[in-house]
Write a protein that binds this ligand. Structure first.
Ligand SMILES: CC(C)(COP(=O)(O)OP(=O)(O)OC[C@H]1O[C@@H](n2cnc3c(N)ncnc32)[C@H](O)[C@@H]1OP(=O)(O)O)[C@@H](O)C(=O)NCCC(=O)NCCS
Length: 183
């Protein structure tokens, strides 16, 4: 119903419970690509699992918490961005993202995250945004860097995956830093 055009063939829209089948089909295309890099609860295996994720985010949105947005490229859901966490009281949020292979390399996530940051800092008055990723996730770190975030630290062996423990990076961006970039 509500669509934010990012460019001619790309759109950002709320990703809601009624998208469960479309989201599950997208996850079938994305699953192996994203599995090492995102939280395990997000990588569901069927429509019921996909619906659970959408319901969970719907509940968070109703509480003015996390929010989920899909990215459509040429009419196909290819990924999305989210507020993993959003806390107006403390002025902080955490952004996240994912794409199926066909969505990579178009600048979609950086552009969509910029819209989320405009809203979080500009309209909601938040003070700080975070980005968490595996330290060896070069494409994810590159998004944080393109958004002007600062690498604030590395939590050693904080990300268990595949029987090993990986380092986790914490990137941060402050409201005045974002406003200066946008000016
Ligand atoms: C992390 C992830 C979302 C990054 O995707 P991405 O496509 O590299 O990031 P963006 O959407 O910002 O696009 C940037 C790329 O598009 C290119 N691009 C093309 N047109 C562009 C445009 N108009 N504007 C900006 N960039 C453009 C850029 O050059 C860049 O490609 P490059 O790195 O090969 O030079 C993706 O790799 C992914 O989903 N990985 C698996 C899941 C994951 O890691 N999620 C994050 C968990 S923390």
């Amino acid at each position: 119903m509500f669509t934010l055009p990012l460019r001619d063939n790309a759109e950002l829209r709320p990703l809601e419970t009624w998208h469960a089948e479309e989201f599950a089909a997208h996850l079938d295309r994305a699953r192996e690509h994203i599995r090492p890099w995102v939280g395990p609860a997000f990588v569901t295996g069927d429509v019921a699992g996909a619906r659970d994720t959408l319901v969970r985010y719907g509940e968070r949105r109703a509480a003015d918490g996390g929010r989920l947005y899909g990215l459509w490229l040429d009419g196909t859901l290819v990924g999305g961005v989210m507020f993993v966490a959003f806390d107006a009281a403390s002025g902080g949020c955490e952004l996240g993202c994912w794409l199926e292979p066909a969505g990579e390399g178009h600048g979609l996530v950086t552009e969509a995250c910029a819209r989320l940051l405009d809203w979080a800092f500009g309209e909601r008055g938040l003070h700080r945004a975070e980005w968490h990723c595996r330290a060896d996730n070069a494409r994810s770190s590159a998004v944080a860097e393109r958004l002007g975030m600062t690498l604030e630290g590395t939590r050693r062996e904080a990300w268990p995956y595949g029987g090993a423990r990986h380092d986790k990076q914490l990137w941060g961006l402050l409201a005045h830093e974002w406003q200066a970039r946008r000016a």
